[in-house]
Design a protein around this ligand. Structure first.
Ligand code: BGC
Length: 349
């Protein structure tokens, strides 16, 4: 009997030691909003992978409200999170709360969006944001055969939220490819709206993009003038633009090239229907895995792998950039369904 008791006791001790070793620490994950599909995926992927790596996770979404994100971060600091992963709403609005994290010795990883104007972050994981724009611009250039076709072709621009550091990178990446053709007059922007501040879309909102497209159509394209391209930085803006064009009766040969980014479900369906020309696939599973590797390294006192730096106005933040991939109706099955990112049912009408 004594022997059985001793064995049981030893077993309990071993199990509690293993349990202790598995409780690798608590990580706060702050995501901007649940209203866009991609952040739900990012949040779920991060939680799943962090938990699989043995971490406890405090995952919060902030409804695109800066004050809510700040208070969520304050709570994470108070509630003993040992590391924070933050996808910011306004990249310049977190300096004060992150200074508290720094004072408490809590490392911060900026997730997907760079956090600006602070020395309180340690690392940045993202996709190559400029390359996203290059992929979109190159698609337009190749599809219209801008080097050989006579033109002129007409184009309008829809950028992202001005308070998101990524948005300028996306726009500049695309604009740098198209600029020579705009300067030579082969591409014409009838509205004349080509500077980032003017073409930016607050909160990346589909509704705001739709309203602006409605205005552009009535001011510039209601007399039968052809619109060849609407360069949209991402899928939520592309969705608004698509709704506006469809409502205004654009179809067939009169339907423009529309670009996007994220391969959201609604946009992938639109690609299949010919209502959106392309998107850029940023596999959120890859970004989550990369970020979890970084978290584990930091928590274990090791130096995480980085492959680039991004300037946040205070210092060159060591960064890991994942690779964005071109997507359209011809390769979406392989990219999105065969890889298990979506099920065929999710993409069915
Ligand atoms: C992300 C994009 C996303 C956009 C809107 C950006 O910071 O990089 O993938 O479409 O935010 O949520």
């Amino acid at each position: 009997m004594k022997k059985v008791f001793a064995i049981l006791l030893a077993l309990v001790l071993v199990m509690s030691m293993v349990g202790g070793a598995l409780a690798a620490g608590k990580v706060g994950v702050a995501m901007p909003t649940q209203s866009l599909q991609r952040w739900n995926q990012d949040g779920e992927n991060m939680k799943k992978e962090l938990e699989a790596a043995g971490f406890e996770v405090d995952l919060q979404y902030a409804n695109n409200e800066v004050a809510m994100q700040v208070s969520q971060l304050e709570n994470m600091i108070l509630n003993d999170c040992q590391l924070l992963v933050v996808a910011s709403i306004d990249g310049s609005a977190l300096g004060t709360v992150l200074a508290q994290a720094k004072d408490a010795g809590i490392p911060v990883i900026a997730y997907d969006r760079l956090i600006m104007d602070t020395d309180a972050i340690s690392y940045y994981t993202t996709f190559d944001n400029y390359a996203v724009g290059t992929i979109q611009g190159t698609y337009v250039k190749d599809t219209l055969d801008l080097d050989n076709a006579e033109g002129p072709f007409s184009i309008e621009f829809f950028g992202g939220a001005a308070d998101d550091n990524n948005a300028r990178f996306f726009f500049n990446g695309a604009y740098d490819v198209l600029k020579p053709y705009i300067e030579s007059g082969k591409l014409v922007c009838a509205s004349g709206q080509t500077d980032f501040e003017t073409i930016a879309t607050p909160s990346w909102s589909s509704e705001k993009a739709q309203a602006r497209m409605d205005n552009l159509i009535s001011a510039n394209y209601s007399d039968g003038a052809k619109l060849d391209v609407v360069l949209c930085s991402n899928d939520s803006t592309a969705l608004g633009v698509t709704n506006s064009l469809v409502n205004a009766g654009f179809e067939g040969d009169a339907y423009p090239i529309i670009t996007g980014q994220d391969c959201d479900i609604a946009n992938t369906k639109n690609m299949v229907k010919g209502l959106q020309s392309m998107s850029v696939f940023k596999d959120t599973r890859t970004l989550a895995s990369q970020t979890v590797l970084m978290v584990s390294d930091i928590m274990n006192g090791a130096t995480p792998e980085t492959n680039n730096v991004y300037d946040n106005n205070v210092f060159e933040v060591p960064s890991f950039l994942c690779v964005p991939v071109f997507a359209d109706a011809s390769n979406y099955t392989e990219l999105l369904v065969d890889s298990g990112y979506y099920t065929a049912e999710q993409l069915a009408e």
